[in-house]
Design a protein around this ligand. Sequence first.
Ligand SMILES: [Fe+2]
Ligand SMILES: [Fe+2]
Length: 164
Amino acid sequence: MDLLLHQNGRFRKLAAAMKITDVLRAEHAVFHNLFDHIEASVPKLKTLGEVKALAAVVDKVHAPHSKLEDDLFIEPLEPYFDQMGQRETFHAEHEHIESTLIKVQKARTLKDAKKILLQAIAASRKHFDKEERIVFPLAERILKAKTLTDLGAQWLSRRDPAKK
Ligand SMILES: [Fe+2]
Ligand SMILES: [Fe+2]
């Protein structure tokens, strides 16, 4: 699958025909590890600042991930969600996760901050599971194969350190 290209004196690795949905699944794998770590470490934290710092990390990495999903999927998939009778779309869930993470920053006590952060993680896990089971397979049925791989290639080129 992977292709190694030698260009401008350096090796560049290109994943041949990687679908954007596979890129998102790979990002999800990283989030699952992060969520495991947070759930295990939050009960042991002793200061409000530590809990807020963890919530800020989740927010920083989740915001670009959810923006990418919104940009890609809202328009093409919304009518299908309506047909499926989904009251809460994945977009509304993104907003819910973001607003819960913001609430952590406003918490006044360690106990409240921990409780709200763990609620945000639980909501995220539920949301990620729904995307993996419903949203990504739906996107792969509705969007053309070439669109999925073109978007995957665009994503890779945006993240290419050689272009920064
Ligand atoms: Fe999402
Ligand atoms: Fe996602």
